[in-house]
Design a binder for this molecule. Structure first.
Ligand SMILES: *[C@@H]1O[C@H](CO)[C@@H](O)[C@H](O)[C@H]1NC(C)=O
Ligand SMILES: *[C@@H]1O[C@H](CO)[C@@H](O)[C@H](O)[C@H]1NC(C)=O
Ligand SMILES: *[C@@H]1O[C@H](CO)[C@@H](O)[C@H](O)[C@H]1NC(C)=O
Ligand SMILES: *[C@@H]1O[C@H](CO)[C@@H](O)[C@H](O)[C@H]1NC(C)=O
Ligand SMILES: *[C@@H]1O[C@H](CO)[C@@H](O)[C@H](O)[C@H]1NC(C)=O
Ligand SMILES: *[C@@H]1O[C@H](CO)[C@@H](O)[C@H](O)[C@H]1NC(C)=O
Ligand SMILES: *[C@@H]1O[C@H](CO)[C@@H](O)[C@H](O)[C@H]1NC(C)=O
Ligand SMILES: *[C@@H]1O[C@H](CO)[C@@H](O)[C@H](O)[C@H]1NC(C)=O
Ligand SMILES: *[C@@H]1O[C@H](CO)[C@@H](O)[C@H](O)[C@H]1NC(C)=O
Length: 530
């Protein structure tokens, strides 16, 4: 056999072998979870508070899974109010029925349950889940999600000796109903009372490592209002993953994690055998909150020494570049070659509407309707929302309340420019999609800003920061049919209207492009009895 025919032969063998292996392994594996959602006493800052627990735990259990796993989570709502769980960064391919936000799912009534049927299709990496309704996130109810690569898929670093999840973020002493009431009355939130690391405030939690070994830390900011900085005394961090993308591996002394973002770093226990501070502090706030945990070497007999090291100084100019972390070249995608079908510019604002503080995007402050938008869309119930009820561009003028839904065509390729003329650090999240962060810059974006875009090796992620009085541009394949929430990850802003829905539509009603309504879908509002 010549070269070419032998290659063809092996290709055929490989295809057959893959086919046989797939049929032996059958369907993708299933993982089942049953979660009781209850109130319970927690003491994150040393005083008793009422937290939202999952099977008695705060934070909730970590979901450990592998690419393509079917993850079945039965949520039993034992609170005295409606509840929904959402899955930050889980793509829900063609299946926004499982997204668990106001616009896609009816709330699970008190005393009832709902089973989410998720598939972590083609995903790897570090994400988290959180309660999406009311202001529940301020009471806990969140937890980590790990998606490991399938066994035969190469990972660009050796298996770590341990894999820790660190959920960190700001915490308030007021309970979630009081915080919500404050927002409902048109007031802002107070400054947070502290920062938590996995639900604890200081020196009480620790992570045990063996000297000489390397560990993965999955870091997420699950807080409500502030960016955080993460660092470990005396240790370097090798950044290896951002929200499902393996990165080219750069070393950091400290890392900024904005609201809703997730990172993985590798840390080698290569220092003298003792205990070290793990430090989290607020970033870009005038008053700096700090909390610590301990990196404990297994044979250490020496306590942590010295004060927790200071974080970086406030300086936003330095990080205004989209070509910071780069993706690992494996499987990169030529997003820079795809033609843009649409440019969407989204500007955040903080208006007073009807005498109350609200937050808006392109002058529209989102208000919920009586029926989830996804159900209204499915059953053709008119009057719940109007497509195009939010403009593609900032229009200026009055801000107003509306159940805002933007229409988009499936298989389009959008350039989205987030404009932030406010003096705050913004963080945007898009459900159901990943996007390439191609540019960031000061002041106003203009057409000429495109010349600074990174069209070669930008990172793909689902949550991106926009620095004060700056812009961030992303390229986003509209590759997921459904009703998708676009929101500020600042929870006061999200709650008071800085969010909307993107309805990605395909005229072909094919099952390849969208899932039918789940058999167990809850019905409410005008969809009741359908
Ligand atoms: C949930 O609560 C019920 C009692 O209300 C209990 O029987 C069950 O074991 C709990 N499930 C889990 C997973 O904790
Ligand atoms: C509630 O849980 C039961 C199993 O205990 C399940 O069969 C049922 O589908 C769940 N309800 C919903 C709406 O998912
Ligand atoms: C929050 O605190 C108020 C009193 O300040 C109390 O009435 C309310 O029940 C509490 N809510 C929760 C969920 O703990
Ligand atoms: C944590 O440990 C450090 C160093 O031992 C100490 O300075 C600090 O006061 C401790 N903090 C708390 C809240 O115990
Ligand atoms: C810890 O100490 C024991 C006894 O001194 C030793 O056998 C072991 O190798 C040490 N472990 C590590 C991880 O250094
Ligand atoms: C470390 O500190 C704790 C409390 O701060 C103390 O109980 C313990 O004895 C100390 N250990 C050593 C080895 O100094
Ligand atoms: C931000 O900029 C500083 C200073 O140039 C750098 O040390 C740090 O690593 C940057 N952080 C990120 C996430 O790029
Ligand atoms: C992009 O558009 C140009 C001009 O309209 C066309 O020549 C080119 O083939 C398009 N590229 C892709 C990848 O579709
Ligand atoms: C909604 O309207 C569309 C187009 O008019 C139709 O194809 C679809 O079957 C309708 N759905 C229901 C549930 O009636």
């Amino acid at each position: 056999m010549g070269d070419r025919s032998s290659r063809n032969y092996w290709c055929v063998v490989l295809v057959l072998l893959t086919f046989v292996l797939e049929s032996i392994s059958g369907e993708d594996p299933y993982r089942f979870f049953t979660w009781n959602i209850t109130y319970g006493d927690i003491y994150p800052l040393g005083v008793k508070q009422q937290g939202i627990l999952i099977n008695g735990q705060f934070p909730g259990p970590t979901i450990e899974s592998v690419t393509n796993d079917n993850v079945i989570v039965n949520i039993i709502n034992k609170l005295d109010e409606p509840f929904l769980m959402s899955w930050n960064g889980i793509q829900q391919r063609r299946n926004s029925w499982q997204d668990g936000v106001y616009g896609t799912n009816c709330p699970i009534p008190p005393g009832q349950n709902f089973t989410y049927i998720l598939q972590f299709k083609d995903q790897i990496g570090s994400f988290f889940y959180f309660p999406s309704l009311a202001f529940h996130k301020a009471a806990g109810g969140f937890g980590g999600i790990k998606i490991f690569s399938r066994p035969m898929i190469p990972v660009p670093f050796p298996p770590p000796a341990g894999d820790f999840t660190i959920l960190s973020g700001d915490w308030f002493i007021q309970n979630h109903t009081n915080l919500k009431a404050s927002l409902d009355e048109g007031h802002g939130l107070p400054f947070p009372a502290g920062l938590l690391i996995n639900g604890r405030a200081s020196n009480v939690s620790s992570f045990t490592v063996d000297q000489g070994k390397t560990y993965r830390f999955r870091l997420s900011n699950v807080g409500l209002t502030t960016s955080i900085n993460f660092r470990i005394q005396g240790h370097k961090m090798l950044l290896v993953e951002i929200e499902g993308t393996h990165t080219l591996q750069n070393t950091y002394d400290s890392l900024d994690i904005h609201l809703g973002q997730s990172y993985s770093v590798l840390v080698t226990a290569d220092q003298p055998c003792q205990d070290y501070h793990i430090v989290v502090s607020t970033r870009f706030t005038s008053q700096v909150l700090t909390t610590t945990s301990i990196l404990h070497y297994s044979n250490s007999t020496k306590n942590v020494t010295g004060p927790p090291l200071d974080g970086p100084n406030i300086d936003i100019e330095q990080n205004l570049t989209a070509s910071g972390p780069r993706p690992n070249p494996q499987g990169s995608y030529h997003y820079g070659m795809v033609n843009i079908t649409r440019t969407i510019k989204l500007a955040n604002s903080a208006p007073i509407i009807n005498g109350k503080k609200r937050y808006a995007v392109n002058s529209v402050s989102f208000t919920p309707a009586d029926t989830p938008l996804k159900l209204a869309d499915y059953y053709n119930i008119s009057g719940v929302f109007i497509l195009g009820s939010i403009p593609d561009n900032p229009v200026g003028g009055w801000n107003y309340l509306r159940t805002s839904v933007m229409a988009a065509d499936f298989r389009g390729f959008a350039e989205v420019v987030f404009e932030n003329s406010e003096d705050i650090l913004q963080s945007w999240h898009i459900d159901g999609h990943f996007f390439f962060v191609v540019g960031m810059g000061r002041w106003q974006w203009s057409v000429s800003s495109r010349s600074s875009y990174n069209l070669r090796d930008a990172i793909s992620r689902c949550t991106v920061q926009v620095y004060p009085r700056s812009w961030t541009a992303v390229y986003m394949p509209l590759d997921n049919v459904g009703m998708w929430n676009i929101r500020s990850e600042n929870w006061a802003r999200q709650y008071l209207g800085q969010q909307f829905y993107l309805r990605v539509y395909s005229a072909a009603h094919s099952w390849r492009d969208k899932y039918p309504i789940p058999k167990n879908a809850l019905h409410c509002g005008q969809a009741l009895g359908r």
